[in-house]
Design a protein around this ligand. Structure first.
Ligand SMILES: Cc1cc2nc3c(=O)[nH]c(=O)nc-3n(C[C@H](O)[C@H](O)[C@H](O)COP(=O)(O)OP(=O)(O)OC[C@H]3O[C@@H](n4cnc5c(N)ncnc54)[C@H](O)[C@@H]3O)c2cc1C
Length: 460
């Protein structure tokens, strides 16, 4: 049986190890005492349940939902509230405004001037970019397609919410491949969205089902439930608190890994740790590959959770609001956690989570807890009109939060893939390459596990 070492016990590593299952002899190493990486949920003594990283996952791609079902967690899944799906807000012109939900909403929204609306409506009439044209930033792409106003309000809200990135540097093809494909295939984003919606409805009808809207999912106990289930399934496989220190390719083509837990030889090694760690581990084997990996940077984010008395906060039925990143607000996004999922706050209280920093305000992450909480609370007074002080606060810092897919990212990933292919038995996956959302990470982990299992057998 093939021996495989998986490095990193975040969602990518745990899923890879789980998908390899009993088809290989697998050992997975996680540097921290607890697995999960970005996924972690804690509950305070007072009953505030805080997600440290992701708040939930979407079902637009089936990967994570399927993983949960395969783990036997299907019955525990909980969908986000209906209000959080339809009521999403943006901070604009000093106020929180609801994002339009459809074409009529676009016509009447106060978020765009008449000129901005006309420019957006003209999107299907604009020429598509020429095939073979160079990579384009999200800002350049959106401005070219829908005009400056809609690009700033809507696309920046999207960029801020998913990547907390600089829209002038983020590659549209790498970060939003569907949008780029809509232009390439349908000649227009609006036409592409309509066509893809129609196709989905037709497929669902063919199955005798109704096409449900995209939902966000989690568990009553938060995403920790998923981590715990994977950890339990991998009880004989996962070694936590064991950082990979050194990786060598042996003259016989096998891989030798030195970790805090000892020295291990294997036929294959799957790197799922962050790109800078992958770079460090591969520096001796292939310095050019290591340089490419090191070139994928990450932003910095602080998550500030605030619990308020419900009487001091507005009654809410929605997801939260985004402040487009170029406004440089202290909070670039605020999620109304207790309005999205039940049991996030004790009765009579609400729990919100502000995201601070991102690519344009990294210095905020260095503020001490008290200052950060004070600044976010001041923001909540201004934007959310809270009248009382928070009764619960928690700050989580992510010094390397979300990999940034800058211009040229897809070419870099192609060079990485080519270099990895020249090193039999080496595999890389995780959120640094082909999508940062949980679904992307789970999907890529499954594909990587399949490639490991079908790799050619080593020569005798
Ligand atoms: C604040 C925040 C909010 C987010 N919100 C959402 C959301 O709402 N929805 C969504 O879909 N996605 C969200 N994401 C993105 C998503 O959570 C991540 O992309 C995904 O969890 C990354 O998984 P991963 O396994 O690739 O990386 P990580 O989670 O970074 O895991 C890598 C693991 O490798 C370990 N490691 C590092 N070095 C070594 C070493 N030398 N040896 C062994 N182990 C090592 C680390 O300790 C870590 O556990 C969010 C991310 C953040 C930070």
């Amino acid at each position: 049986m093939r021996t495989v070492l998986v490095i990193g016990g975040g969602l990518g590593g745990l899923t890879t190890a789980y998908r390899l299952g009993s088809h290989a002899s697998v050992t997975a190493f996680e540097a921290q005492p607890r697995p999960g990486g970005n996924l972690r949920t804690t509950t305070s003594a007072g009953g505030f349940r805080v997600e440290w990283g992701p708040n939930g996952f979407l079902d637009g791609k089936p990967a994570t939902l399927q993983l949960c079902r395969d783990l036997g967690l299907g019955g525990q899944l909980v969908a986000a509230s209906e209000g959080s799906r339809t009521n999403r807000y943006v901070y604009w012109n000093g106020a929180i405004e609801k994002l339009p939900g459809g074409p009529m909403g676009l016509l009447t929204t106060p978020l765009l001037s008449l000129r901005g609306k006309l420019e957006l409506l003209a999107e299907p009439l604009r020429r598509r970019s020429r095939a073979g044209s160079p990579d384009e930033s999200v800002r350049a792409f959106a401005t070219r397609r829908m005009g400056k106003e809609a690009a700033t309000v809507f696309m920046e809200a999207l960029v801020t919410g998913v990547h907390a990135a600089d829209p002038g540097k983020l590659s549209v093809r790498a970060a939003f491949p569907r949008l780029a494909a809509f232009e390439a295939d349908a000649g227009s984003i609006l036409r592409g969205v309509l066509r893809s919606g129609k196709a989905k409805r037709r497929e669902a009808e063919a199955r005798g089902e109704k096409s449900p809207p995209q939902r966000m999912w989690s568990f009553p106990g938060g995403l920790q439930t998923l981590v715990d289930a994977l950890r339990d399934r991998l009880a004989d496989t996962l070694v936590s608190g064991a950082a990979a220190k050194r990786l060598e390719r042996r003259p016989d083509g096998r891989w030798r890994l030195t970790t805090d837990a000892g020295v291990h030889d294997a036929d294959a090694v799957v790197l799922t740790c962050p790109a800078h760690e992958q770079a460090r581990l591969l520096a001796d084997t292939d310095s050019a590959l290591a340089n490419e990996l090191a070139g994928i940077g990450s932003n910095r984010i602080a998550v500030v959770a605030l619990g308020y008395r419900a009487a001091d906060a507005p009654a809410l039925d929605g997801f939260g609001y985004i402040a487009p990143i170029s406004l440089r607000r202290d909070a670039i996004g605020v999620q109304w956690c207790s309005s999205i999922f039940p049991d996030r706050a004790p009765p009579g209280f609400v729990l919100w989570r502000a995201l601070c920093g991102g690519e344009l305000r990294p210095e905020l992450v260095d503020l001490d807890d008290d200052t950060l909480v004070r600044r976010v609370h001041a923001e909540m007074r201004a934007t959310m009109k809270v009248t009382g002080d928070p009764v619960f606060t928690q700050v989580v810092r992510w010094p390397r939060a979300i990999p940034q897919y800058h211009l040229g990212h897809l070419d870099r990933v192609a060079r990485i893939d080519a270099a990895v292919a020249r090193l039999p038995g080496l595999f890389v996956t995780g959120n640094a390459f082909k999508g940062v959302a949980m679904n992307d990470v789970v999907e890529q982990a499954g594909l990587t596990a399949a490639r490991v299992l079908t790799m050619p057998a080593p020569p005798p």
